[in-house]
Ligand binder design. Sequence first.
Ligand code: NAP
Length: 246
Amino acid sequence: MATAIITGASQGIGACIAKRLAKDGFDVVINHYPSDSDKEKALAVAEECRAFGVKAEYYSADVSKFADCENMVKQVKADFGTIDALVNNAGITKDSLLARMTEEAYDTVIAVNQKSVYNMMKNVCSVMMKQKHGSIVNVSSVAGLYGNAGQVNYSASKSAIIGMTKSVAKEYGRKNIRCNAVAPGLIRTPMTDVLSDDLKAKMLEAVALRRYGEPEEIASVVSFLVSENSSYITGQVIEISGGLSM
Ligand code: NAP
């Protein structure tokens, strides 16, 4: 049985990806931030995944911390035997215009959204190298492609993920490890629930399909990218934004 790790999978897009990959037949590792409420949510996601007849366990780790990722990957390897897919999904926002953005808000977003991708890929790639196969999907954003007012920190982290994706694809292609990114637009999750109605309406005007995306619509593309159906695709960024740009 193949194993997939999904970071930040206690809710939103990550939880949806975990359930979709379980449905596809992956054993799933549901990473959650080390808090009691996230653990409760991760437990529920794991139960939903198990309903598909696969193994599903939740692991507490702050992915912005290298040691947490190193320990989690070691534990997963011991518990599951292989790591065949990695989805770097965990992410946060701390939005404000640059003039008001604190250094703390900048550094925290970079640590959680970007450094985490280094932390996880560094540890998982060494496992995948020995296996001589693997597929990684990094969750970027349209903000990383086009920028967004009020999101200098977030767009910096999401652009960096795209560069990291292409570099890893080039470094590890010969080892049969693929690395791609998805760049979601406006997706209905707890992250976007907090935006003002005015801002949401303005953003939707730029979307050709004139609606939010659903987490399932991200999960289906991730499912494709970790599967053999995409065996000749690496180093690519797939925008999933309902036609935000063309
Ligand atoms: P979400 O509902 O806020 O989920 C993000 C998850 O990541 C949460 O479970 C969160 O836990 C977890 N997380 C945060 N920091 C973490 C850490 N240090 N270690 C481990 N887990 C951590 O957001 P979402 O909308 O599903 O977003 C998922 C990904 O898609 C993110 O990378 C986001 O940037 C990206 N994205 C989302 C949209 C959108 O419109 N929703 C658009 C483009 C890209 P806590 O709840 O404890 O923080």
